[in-house]
Design a protein around this ligand. Structure first.
Ligand code: OOB
Length: 576
């Protein structure tokens, strides 16, 4: 196992293998098998491109060769920040084949997040699109490489600027001139190694073993990638997921959602999120031999015609988008004769909105309550409407263990609200390189403390009643309060700061920052200044507080801590 990751205790690993959860397959092998079985069938539709399983497999192979030729090796970390384009999947399957680890960044992440995760994961490369949604990622890369010495390559889809064109790597290596073709154009030279000599040396070493053992290849129990946690702490946490555990979650998800080779999954959400990636998402659809339609925009204007054209059978949304779709569908009356299932998850979907899905979109609803750390709950397709509308479903695996406990970790009475703890065949046992935090985030017997408050109904469905973690769920995007507070404290005119959730009709929650200015400071602070200060620190836009409130002191709890509950109450009163 990769250093800094916590493996399952052997007794559990043995059980998960014996019970057939962990199949012993890697992602590289999975794609190869699907290419053999489904060859010419379309795997991915991306803009005007239609890519067959055979093509995806071949392109992943070529790209893997290209990545190896510039020195990307097994266990290397590679930050991947791509929009919903086919290259996203070519890249990750190429990395999976090498055994290098994608570190999934979201398209909305900026300098602060990218620099941190690149540095923390000691990433060797950073893969971006030239630009997307009006943002130039090459400019971001210029800033990031200045801050992160481990980064040797920036690989770019589209116009590379001074960086390496990802497209060139598909063409390498060609008969011994490996990096040369690219080097001649001044590209493809390792950033922190001006003559690129190391890259060539590595390539030569790799070529020495021509018996096929060159790709020692990852094992199914190895970590396949690092996913970002929604986070509750000052600094983001990385989640190591193995081939075995993740592929198991794909298999179950595909089964529960009844995916097969006729399924067409519409990717409205950014694919790097765990939910559209694997629940069942893009990877679960490829697992089932179905077709994935990648969408750049999720607005009804863009999404509806594409869904009709591609005969989409299943898609996944977060609650705010689901509300927009429901309203638009009532106006536009789109015909979705093939749509069978609309998944909604990532944040609580109100029962009122849930009840509108079938009559408005003409399909079944499925609520999804999951987390990048592992556990995913689904309502089942044949559940009674009552359950689908008013619960968040139940764990997907019979091997998922669930405990609902009080503040002392004692199980509550059936039906009572408590803290949700979980352990199982696809739930991590620890964050990457986070020993201290792991001691708090996991029980001594390996249960993950989800930070969610739930109750369980008489048939085992979970109902999310709230949260005890210091996080704001902004329409599915997670904001760690402490992370934003730390950035606020870096402002010379700010004495103290506390970030809390405030109710919002559309997003469910937005963020409100309570700020105590420094009494000695002669800076006149305004909310706009505070926000632009955070933007200047390179924070992703969804983490910028929606509202800034100035206050003289914080309400305190009995033990003298800042009472976030009282602050939430304060802002609720102001909102009236
Ligand atoms: C998904 O994953 P994350 O890691 O972005 O966020 C996990 C957290 C959960 O702990 C919970 O607090 C919240 O998001 N959440 C929900 C929910 N689904 C997630 N809260 C209420 N109702 C729901 N349906 O968000 C995620 C990962 C995989 C599948 C689906 C969602």
């Amino acid at each position: 196992m990769l250093a800094g990751c916590s493996a399952w205790p052997e007794a559990f690993a043995e059980k998960y293998r014996k019970e057939g959860c962990w199949s012993g397959e890697t992602f590289g092998e999975l794609l190869r098998k699907r290419a053999k079985a489904h060859g010419e069938r379309i795997a991915i539709v991306s803009g005007e491109r239609r890519i067959s399983y055979a093509e995806l497999d071949a392109r992943a192979d070529r790209l893997a060769e290209g990545l190896l030729s510039i020195g990307i090796q097994q266990r290397d970390r590679v930050v991947v920040q791509l929009p919903n384009i086919a290259e996203f999947f070519e890249v990750i399957f190429a990395l999976f084949r090498i055994g290098a680890l994608p570190v999934f960044a979201l398209p909305l992440h900026r300098r602060n997040e990218i620099s941190y995760i690149s540095e923390f994961s000691e990433a060797k490369a950073y893969i971006i699109a030239d630009q997307d949604a009006g943002f130039d990622y090459r400019e971001l890369a210029r800033e990031v490489i200045r801050e992160v010495p481990s980064l040797r390559y920036v690989l770019v889809t589209g116009e590379p600027g001074e960086f390496t064109a990802l497209g060139e790597l598909y063409l390498m290596p060609q008969e011994g001139n490996e990096a040369n073709a690219v080097r001649e154009r001044g590209e493809g030279v390792a950033l922190n190694e001006p003559d690129g000599s190391k890259a060539r040396q590595v390539k030569r070493q790799a070529d020495d073993k021509e018996d096929g053992s060159r790709l020692e290849g990852p094992s199914s129990e190895d970590v396949a990638f690092l996913q970002l946690s929604g986070g509750t702490t000052g600094l983001p946490k990385l989640i190591p997921r193995t081939h075995d555990d993740y592929i198991y979650s794909l298999r179950l998800s595909a089964e529960i959602c009844r995916l097969d080779e006729n399924s067409v999954y519409f990717t409205a959400l950014p694919a790097a999120h765990n939910y559209p990636l694997s629940s069942p998402g893009v990877l679960g659809t490829l697992y089932a031999g179905g077709r994935v339609v990648l969408a750049r925009g999720a607005s009804p204007d863009e999404a509806f015609p594409l869904m009709v054209r591609e005969r989409v059978t299943i898609t996944a949304l977060v609650p705010p988008l689901a509300l927009i779709w429901l309203d638009a569908a009532e106006r536009l009356q789109p015909e979705f004769p093939h749509l069978q299932l609309l998944q909604v998850g990532g944040a609580k979907f109100s029962a009122e909105a849930a009840a509108r899905v079938r009559s408005t979109l003409g399909c079944q609803l499925q609520q999804v309550f999951g987390m990048a750390e592992g556990l995913v709950n689904y309502t089942r397709l044949d559940d009674p409407d009552e359950i689908i509308v008013s619960t968040q479903g139940r764990p997907m695996s019979p091997w998922d263990e669930i405990r609902v406990v009080d503040d002392e970790d004692v199980e509550v009475q059936p039906g009572e609200v408590g803290h949700l703890l979980t352990r199982g065949p696809y739930t991590i046992r620890g964050y990457y390189k986070a020993e201290e935090h792991n001691a708090k985030a996991f029980t001594s017997d390996g249960f993950y403390r989800t930070g969610d408050l739930v109750r369980i109904d008489s048939v085992g469905n979970l109902i999310v009643e709230g949260r005890d973690k210091d996080q704001i769920n902004r329409g599915g995007e997670k904001v760690a309060a402490e992370e934003v507070e730390n950035h606020l404290l870096a402002h010379p005119g700010i004495h103290d700061a506390a970030v809390v959730a405030m109710a919002d009709d559309y997003l469910g929650e937005r963020t409100c920052a309570f700020v105590i200015p420094k009494p000695t400071s002669n800076l006149m602070l305004s909310g706009a200044q505070v926000k632009s200060f955070l933007r200047g620190r390179g924070l992703a836009s969804f983490k910028i507080p929606d509202r800034v409130e100035f206050i003289d002191s914080f309400p305190k709890t009995k033990v003298g801590k800042v009472s976030k509950k009282a602050l939430r109450g304060l802002i609720a009163v102001k909102q009236r």
